[in-house]
Design a protein around this ligand. Structure first.
Ligand code: NAD
Length: 370
């Protein structure tokens, strides 16, 4: 059923109703998280793109981090530079615009560049940051397609810099519990996963999120990526094929991008895995059935207010500041020169699934992934 209330994306996520999470499942995920280093120096992070997520979530989280701090900003808007400089005590020498960005190479205060721009700009700024000698966190979805993800991974490898994707839910206790229950087969093999993520788009009809060239797609790229991750990290396996369908009710608003998409994923274990994404439905759940039990999250993917059940009983995990945990972990990884639990390869895996979903929408057939 479609909710009638329109919400801004930010409000929606803030409320923790449903929304986006992120994750990846990576085989390393339960084992190779970086441990806290014996290192008292906080690493400096520069945020690139001071929009809703940078201002609403990342900058406040960086006031709570232990291993890193907000050292610099990159913005094309002088008034934002002034406002942020005052609010967060950022010195003039650590403020860049898109023309001066590459000078960041000479700035020892900046260890990590965090790319929080429209999707079409992720590749360019990730590569330029690595070439400037900085480690990089890039927001989800990592790029417009999997081929671009590969270029970003290779560029960071060539520059000998670590790359991580803003998959905050890999640090979120309820989602981590789902990874444990599924991957460790606590209730036997998982036989079924159903998950969805979306919100009713009530924002600017001219925003970059609705432009194919800038966003790469609609609800699938922005929200569906969490549901794809949810399935991957519940099972701890990679899907091999997908079949998708879509629904469009507002052809004017969503003339360039997808509104609602449904998919079925084929996994090597033969599990029944379904997912859906939307810019016109408030969804945010993950339900898993295993041989000897069930577990679920709802809301599953928001910034806070995440809740879950195991065999119908409360999951009892804390809600934390996910972004602070995510950035602290990456700072620790940089200090220890260790790969993040959510490296560029995780972003690439999701984009391979998304690329295949778009191919399936075109062909109407099952499409192989990867
Ligand atoms: P936003 O529109 O609020 O901010 C985008 C920023 O990019 C703005 O400051 C804008 O001025 C700047 N920008 C620079 N060049 C631009 C151009 N050519 N066109 C448009 N904007 C331009 O978007 P947002 O919600 O902050 O999202 C930014 C990124 O963060 C996206 O990749 C998004 O998917 C991701 N995000 C992740 C989460 C999460 O939970 N991990 C949540 C929200 C957004």
């Amino acid at each position: 059923m479609k909710p009638s209330v329109k919400t801004s994306r930010r409000d929606f996520i803030r409320k923790g109703s449903l929304v986006a999470g992120s994750l990846a499942l990576s085989p390393t995920l339960l084992s190779a998280a970086c441990k806290s280093p014996d290192n008292t120096k906080k690493l400096g992070i520069a945020l690139v793109g001071l929009g809703g997520y940078a201002g609403g979530q990342l900058a406040p989280a960086l006031q709570k981090t232990k291993n890193c701090y907000l050292a610099g900003i990159v913005t094309g808007t002088p008034s934002k530079a002034e406002e942020w400089s005052k609010k967060y005590n950022i010195p003039q020498k650590n403020i860049y615009n898109y023309q001066t960005f590459d000078d960041i190479a000479k700035n020892p205060d900046i260890d990590i560049v965090y790319v929080v721009l429209p999707v079409s700009m992720h590749k360019e700024y990730t590569i330029r940051a690595a070439q400037a000698g900085k480690h990089v966190i890039c927001e989800k979805p990592m790029a417009l397609n999997a081929a671009d993800c590969r270029e970003m991974i290779n560029a960071c490898k060539k520059a000998n810099k670590l790359l991580s994707i803003g998959y905050r839910l890999h640090f979120e206790p309820h989602n981590m519990e789902v990874m444990r229950l599924g991957q460790k087969q606590v209730f036997g093999k998982v036989t079924k996963v159903d998950t969805g993520n979306g919100f009713v788009y009530g924002g600017d009809p001219n925003a970059w999120r609705l432009k194919k060239a800038l966003a790469g797609g609609g609800g699938l790229m922005d929200m569906g990526i969490y549901a794809i991750q949810g399935a991957r990290y519940t099972l701890g396996q990679e899907p091999i094929a997908v079949k998708a369908t879509q629904e469009k009710t507002n052809h004017e608003l969503f003339k360039e991008v997808d509104e609602t998409v449904y998919w079925e994923l084929k996994f090597p274990g033969g599990q029944k895995v379904t997912g859906k994404s939307s810019y016109n439905n408030n969804w945010g759940f993950l339900r898993a059935e295993a041989e000897k039990g069930t577990f679920e999250l709802e809301p599953a993917y928001g910034y806070d207010g995440i809740d879950g059940k195991i065999n119908g009983k409360p999951m009892q995990q804390p809600n934390i500041i996910q972004q602070a945990a995510q950035m602290d972990d990456f700072a620790t990884c940089v200090a220890m020169n260790k790969q993040s639990r959510v490296p560029g390869e995780e972003g690439e895996k999701d984009m391979k699934v998304i690329d295949a979903i778009y191919r399936s929408l075109d062909s109407g057939k099952w499409e192989n992934i990867g």
